[in-house]
Design a protein around this ligand. Structure first.
Ligand SMILES: *Cc1c(COP(=O)(O)O)cnc(C)c1O
Length: 459
């Protein structure tokens, strides 16, 4: 791009012409954006030369870390050779075939087919259309309703935002669309009351059963959930939750769908979150880590039974101009191959994941206003609370979280506030020294945060 311009000029142009996602444009333009100009490993650099540690892997997606020259080389080679062709009319190309073959290798057994999209939202919308088509072909077209969860996140298209349970998204644009209902999330800390986590996991799964009975099993097409809710604040369900959800879905003849857009491709230390929790969905959606964010691409994995049912139905009238885009497919292939052959996923499970989780827990448990410390692999969180003993949360959910997040930002560490949950999901290639640095910086920020809480009379 035009490197001659300076930060002030870029800010001015951004304010003049660029509408940002999930942003209050007026207030952003008053403050001015932060310009990120370069990245390497787990670090970003802004246009003022600040080096910033990315504790969020972008938006939970840069699993392999920034600056992989091998991926940009693959992109250039593919672009020179075949920059674009579609996969619609009895046509394919080597990049998408190679990727499909590799994905079938890393996917859990029985998942031998994928459908390509360009994002997580498109994967979710594709899944919704597939699920409904599946029941049409089965001769049960009245099975149309999908069950999602409050505070779940499934993207921002009309289907994805409807299936997600973010009420602030539903408020804008008359969502959810018909045929989508929600149940409560399995957040033990808030909803667990006197139960053990194991008891609560089963009880939370039974909320799905209640919803099925309320709507009628003959009308329910699928239950959809993230193995670990990401944008909802890294809600890690008790170990009993997913097996019970699976039992319920099987009992009532309902498809089980895992939204693996964040959990997929190594985030939990397994290739997919379903393996960590020990359940077998019928369909799962992916994006983010599939290409580590180097290019937009998503994939919907279907098990062999769903694949053969859809095939029996003839034409599936759905697809995107860029389904299986050759350059995105080639880069995703190189990314997934590297995650496997360099042992990056395995290292999350056996080495760096457990190290992060231990350091995360031991460090943040020492703070007065931090509780519900949790995580798996390289996805972790804690919740800011007013009173640990009574589990009382702060008033005005999210306000305190933002105040805390801003302290991290001011110290060149990117962590995210989801309400008053503070979450982190760094690139999977983070070293132990970098984990130490991240935790030490975050701990200093948390000490400053607690000082500010007291100074402002908020705690
Ligand atoms: C990010 C995300 C999506 C949406 O992906 P986009 O690429 O932003 O459309 C869907 N589901 C989950 C679980 C996500 O985290």
């Amino acid at each position: 791009m035009t490197q001659q311009r300076n930060t002030a000029a870029w800010r001015e142009m951004d304010a003049a012409h660029h509408l940002h996602p999930f942003t209050d444009t007026a207030s952003l333009n008053e403050q001015g954006v932060r310009m990120i100009t370069r990245a390497d490993g787990i670090y970003l650099w802004d246009s003022e030369g600040n080096k910033i540690m990315d504790g969020m892997a972008g938006l939970w997606c840069v699993n392999i870390g920034y600056g992989r020259k091998d991926l940009s080389d693959v992109a250039k080679r593919q672009m020179d050779e075949l920059a674009y062709y579609n996969t619609f009319f009895k046509t394919s190309h080597p990049a998408v075939v190679e990727l499909s073959h590799l994905l079938a290798e890393v996917a859990p057994q029985g998942f031998d087919h994928v459908f390509y999209t360009n994002s997580g939202s498109e994967s979710v919308d594709t899944m919704i259309r597939m699920v409904r088509r599946y029941w049409d072909v089965k001769g049960k077209p009245e099975k149309k309703t999908l069950i999602g969860r409050w505070n779940g996140y499934h993207g921002s298209t009309i289907g994805g935002a409807s299936l997600g349970g973010m009420s602030y998204m539903h408020e804008q644009g008359d969502l959810p669309i018909p045929g989508i209902v929600h149940v409560e999330q399995p957040w033990y800390y808030k909803h667990g009351k006197d139960m053990t986590p194991e008891e609560f996991g089963v009880a939370a799964a039974r909320w799905i059963e209640e919803k099925i009975l309320e709507v009628g099993a003959d009308k329910i097409a699928a239950f959809v959930g993230e193995p670990i809710q990401g944008a909802g604040g890294v809600i890690v369900p008790p170990s009993t939750y997913w097996p019970e959800v699976q039992r319920i879905c099987r009992q009532y003849d309902i498809l089980l769908v895992a939204d693996e857009v964040i959990c997929g491709f190594g985030r939990t230390g397994e290739w997919f979150g379903q393996t960590h929790f020990g359940f077998q969905p019928d369909i799962f959606t992916t994006a983010k880590g599939l290409s580590s964010g180097y290019l937009p691409i998503g994939a919907v994995f279907v098990n062999d039974e769903v694949a053969s049912t859809l095939a029996a139905g003839g034409d599936f009238n759905h697809g995107f101009t860029y389904s299986g885009h050759p350059v995105a497919a080639a880069v995703a292939h190189a990314n997934v191959k590297a995650l496997r052959d360099e042992g990056i996923v395995q290292r999350v499970k056996e080495d760096i994941g457990p190290y992060m989780q231990q350091r995360w827990r031991e460090t943040f448990s020492q703070f007065e206003h931090v509780d519900d410390i949790r995580g798996v692999g390289l996805i972790q969180a804690f919740t800011l609370v007013k009173n640990k003993a009574t589990r009382e949360l702060f008033d005005n959910w999210g306000e305190i979280g933002l105040m805390c997040r801003d302290i991290f930002f001011a110290n060149n560490l990117i962590m995210r506030a989801c309400g008053d949950h503070i979450v982190s999901a760094p690139p999977l290639v983070i070293s132990k020294a970098e984990v130490d640095q991240m935790i030490d910086t975050a701990a200093r920020c948390m000490a400053e945060f607690e000082r500010q809480l007291k100074a402002k009379g908020l705690a």
